[in-house]
Design a protein around this ligand. Structure first.
Ligand code: SAH
Ligand code: SF4
Ligand code: F3S
Length: 476
């Protein structure tokens, strides 16, 4: 095979969907003889998996592409590809801006990457594979052009073999006015339940202990087969019996579809962890309306009450956009109040970035100055951090069950080598712990005693599970 011993450099930004897409592409190219390299200069193929959700992410992607120019001049054989949401959004425009890019592949066409690389290497430059846009045909054709790419799974391609993402839904039909995702990822489509279950069984055989079900609005998941409709709660029931899987999570949730039935299913299935990511976006009804989120703050507070009643102690996290078009100081303060009232485990806060092609860009002026957006961002995070710290404090001295993910970020930054490292893992409610541990703990579920807490991280010590032989001899 001509591709044997080739090296691939891949860089991924954006959401979990992109992380999973990269895993799939790497696994597919591995079958074609590609191995991974961490340095673009050593690569035969360079792929950027891009995100369009905010302008900043796109600018960075273009800057990174421009930076490859010298490498491409030195090695014209090097194949440079752009995949992901920016590929779908900018299409031919990417070749216009960066002419030495060889291929552009939207997230619905990833299966074509090996064939496209081969074509580029045969001299056919500027390969383009994108899905139909929302206005380019009938719904069925558009849907078919957005293909989910979930070939056989390869545990070596995952950052932590015990944890795996599993796509259950692609696309989005909610059309929030600020958001580009429905344009880049196409119509919402659930994957067939039997495929999802088969993939989960395969993941369990490969040693996955935790699976995270992925969808842009994962709890809106629906699969209709004749008379029978399968929803997320049904899927959880189907996945729960799989041996080896010990934790099941699902992201991202849409507030309106957080039904009582789903919450009760999570309560009744012990493998479903008490952690829910349900972005609120704003605490102001006026802003929510203009974002076309489809719920009011009263609905959201009602949902929080339902979660508190059915899953007491569950951790909830959220996303917020600050500085959306026309957001007044009072409206922003309503968001601050919402964070105070809901006491999220953590919140991701984003400054509004106008996205050409969205309804918001057409309808409203992006009229909040950058410094105001920035100040609101900091203020909201400060309130959230205080809450995160306060809510972590009760964990002090307690022992929690942690799924070990691997060496901590600090350990990687410090260049720690060998078996003894600072390790990291997550509790069932998604809180992050670090401790001085051993690389062989990776993938284990261990009891860890919490010794110190901060807003984002808790420190701890592994409690040994083994019975110490001397103590047995002493009869203790
Ligand atoms: N499907 C998920 C989120 C997808 S995008 C959901 O519906 O919750 C992730 C987050 O990016 C969103 O929750 C939102 O907070 C933020 N975001 C999306 N579009 C944005 C924009 N134009 N400017 C700033 N933040 C944005
Ligand atoms: Fe974007 Fe809204 Fe869809 Fe989430 S639900 S992906 S924010 S359009
Ligand atoms: Fe970004 Fe696309 Fe995900 S725009 S957030 S990579 S769906």
């Amino acid at each position: 095979m001509s591709d044997i011993n080739k090296r691939l450099y891949i860089e991924t930004v954006g959401c979990q969907m992109n992380v999973l897409d990269s895993e799939m592409v790497v696994a597919a190219l591995k079958k074609h003889g590609y191995g991974l390299t961490q340095t673009p200069a050593d690569a035969d193929a360079v792929l950027f998996n891009t995100c369009s959700v905010r302008e900043h992410a796109e600018e960075k992607a273009y800057n990174n592409l421009h930076r490859l120019k010298q490498l491409k001049l030195a090695n014209p054989e090097m194949v440079i590809g752009v995949m992901g949401c920016m590929a779908q959004k900018d299409q031919q425009g990417i070749f216009d801006r960066v002419p030495f890019v060889d291929m552009v592949v939207g997230p619905g066409q990833l299966h074509r990457i090996p064939e496209m690389i081969a074509k580029v290497r045969e001299g056919e430059k500027h390969q383009l594979a994108v899905s139909l846009s929302r206005r380019d045909g009938n719904t069925d054709d558009i849907k078919r052009s957005h293909e989910t790419f979930d070939p056989l799974r390869d545990p070596q391609m995952r950052p932590s073999p015990a944890q795996a993402y599993l796509r259950i839904q692609i696309g989005c039909d909610k059309f929030c006015t600020y958001c580009i995702v429905p344009m880049t990822r196409g119509p919402e489509q659930g994957r067939p339940p039997h495929q999802i279950v088969a993939e989960a069984q395969e993941l369990a055989r490969q040693g996955a202990k935790e699976i995270t079900l992925l969808g842009q609005t994962v709890n809106s998941y629906k699969w209709v087969d004749g008379e029978r409709t399968t929803r997320l709660a049904d899927l959880l029931e189907m996945l729960h019996p799989i041996d080896g899987i010990e934790r099941i999570k699902f992201v991202t949730n849409y507030p309106k579809d957080m039904t009582r039935e789903l919450l009760e299913t999570v309560r009744d299935l012990p493998k479903c962890v008490p952690y829910l990511h349900v972005p609120a976006q704003s605490g102001s009804d006026n802003i929510l309306k203009r974002m076309k989120r489809g719920y009011t703050t009263a609905d959201y507070y009602g949902m929080m009450d339902r979660i508190g009643e059915i899953l007491p102690g569950a951790a909830v996290s959220s996303d917020f956009i600050v500085g959306f078009c026309g957001e007044t100081e009072e409206e922003f303060q309503m968001t601050v109040d919402m964070v105070r009232r809901c006491r999220f485990k953590n919140s991701f806060v984003f400054q509004y970035s106008v996205r050409p092609g969205t309804k918001g860009a057409d309808l409203y002026a992006d009229d909040i100055p950058e410094e105001v957006k920035h100040r609101r961002n900091l203020e909201l995070l400060e309130v959230q951090n205080q809450i995160s710290l306060e809510d972590n404090l009760p964990f002090l001295g307690k022992t929690v069950e942690v799924l070990v993910e691997g060496p901590s970020k600090w350990s990687v930054r410090k260049g720690q080598t060998g078996d003894l490292r600072q390790m990291t893992g997550r509790t069932r409610c998604d809180r992050i712990l670090v401790w001085d541990g051993n690389m062989r703990q990776t993938g284990e579920i261990l009891p860890v005693k919490v010794t110190d807490v901060f807003a984002f991280t808790m420190f701890g010590a592994v409690e040994t599970k083994e019975v110490v032989p001397e103590l047995v001899q002493l009869g203790i």
